[in-house]
Design a protein. Structure first.
Length: 416
């Protein structure tokens, strides 16, 4: 059941909700991109980190999945804080601590220390993610929210397009530790953007009061809503598909197929183009087609492509080209899944958008953080990567079919 969005608040300095949709996309996209950029810039360095510390591939991959787990915990903490204290303060604090942990990562003496610091970095980065989603719900609802979330994917899509190439350039000139120096500088820049250009969209009159008990009641009400939970889990399973590719591809492509850092970055960017294209197609279609219909169609298509990917990985059919084409098809569906699922979930609980966004974000980071290390556990090769991706997509279909009306009579036409 879709509820109307709250009336926009009066922002400071006259730059507020009247801001154009393009303005909101650029502003929130800059924030939402930080976690993705923090992951993707570091990707080409993953084999180098493992080599320097004498660590296994699976242990090196924990520097990525650990960040996701930290992000999941951070979402649960920061979401309610943003409902209580507004959107600006939590994100400014989070960005400041992102800078601190980035500098600490640059001087990590061991793989174990780096893993711990990456968990903390994920925790603090959660502020930018949860606030960007909550601000969207503060200003938009229903199809409009799905549309701006899809447009946001265009900005977020720049991370896989540009970040690995930037990481490769940094590696060529200074080594993997300098990657974290660049991430610290990025955090400073984003903090200045928020400080001077992001209005407060959650006015004092609408903020939730009370302590821990109130927070727990809010989470309890969300978890009692079966449809909300199902929709909130779907972006997490989608992120598990994406992160299985992210943590596996540096080893599959650079070690399995002997690609250079630069070649890997180019191929990673090509897959990023697929994400961007599907997100923009979704943004155009959602004006005329219910988000639940797009979500259903995208998941069914992604399941079919994932099975093809697994067959290619098992048989070696088509070699590197066959693997890359199948990967591109699987990932190209990803741009249509989180945006629609998140918009539908948020529409059910607009009165506590920060807390609802925290649950969505926590599932998105937590599920991916738990599932993606399975790629390394299963061997770290193309078959392991494809197997985990197939499992995550299959589970998404089960959740959609059993916990929402999407596959039932009439569900095709509803907004849930």
């Amino acid at each position: 059941m879709t509820t109307p969005g709250p009336p926009p608040s009066t922002p400071p300095r006259g730059a507020g909700p009247s801001r154009s949709m393009l303005g909101w996309i650029l502003l929130l996209g800059a924030l939402a991109t930080l976690p993705a950029f923090t992951v993707d810039t570091y990707l080409p360095a993953l084999p180098d980190v493992a080599e320097e510390f004498g660590a296994s591939d699976a242990l090196a991959q924990l520097t990525l999945s650990g960040m996701l787990v930290g992000g999941a915990v951070g979402q649960f903490v920061i979401g309610p804080l943003s409902d209580r204290f507004g959107r600006r303060l939590p994100v400014l604090v989070g960005l400041t601590l992102h800078v601190v942990t980035s500098i600490a990562c640059a001087f990590a003496p061991s793989i174990e220390t780096l893993i711990v610091l990456r968990v903390l970095q994920g925790f603090f980065n959660a502020a930018s993610q949860v606030v960007s989603i909550a601000v969207i719900r503060d200003q938009f609802t229903g199809a409009a929210a799905a549309r701006i979330l899809s447009r946001l994917m265009l900005v977020i899509g720049l991370a896989p397009l540009l970040a690995p190439s930037i990481g490769a350039l940094i590696l060529a000139d200074g080594g993997w530790r300098w990657v974290f120096g660049v991430l610290a500088i990025l955090g400073v820049a984003l903090g200045l953007v928020v400080l001077f250009f992001m209005p407060e969209t959650h006015p004092v009159a609408k903020r939730r009061t009370g302590g821990a008990r109130s927070v727990l009641r809010g989470y309890a009400s969300l978890f009692k809503d079966r449809h909300f939970v199902a929709l909130a889990v779907l972006p997490g399973l989608g992120m598990a598909v994406l992160m299985s590719y992210v943590v596996g591809s540096p080893f599959v492509l650079q070690e399995g197929y002997d690609l250079t850092h630069a070649q890997f970055s180019v191929l990673f960017a090509v897959n990023g183009v697929g994400l961007v294209i599907s997100a923009q197609v979704n943004a155009a279609l959602v004006r005329r087609v219910a988000p639940i219909r797009l979500l259903r169609a995208a998941l069914v298509a992604q399941a079919g492509f994932a099975v093809v990917l697994l067959v290619v990985a098992l048989t070696g059919a088509g070699g590197l080209v066959g693997l890359l084409v199948a990967l591109w098809l699987v990932l190209s569906m990803q741009g249509m899944i989180p945006a629609n699922a998140s918009a539908l979930a948020l529409s059910r609980h607009g009165e506590m958008a920060g807390t609802a966004a925290a649950v969505i974000g926590a599932f998105q980071s937590g599920v991916a953080g738990v599932v993606s290390p399975l790629v390394g556990v299963l061997g770290g090769d193309a078959t392991a990567m494809a197997t985990v991706m197939v499992g995550a997509v299959a589970l998404s279909l089960v959740v959609l079919a059993t916990a929402t009306p999407a596959f039932r009579r009439g569900g095709w036409h509803t907004e849930i």
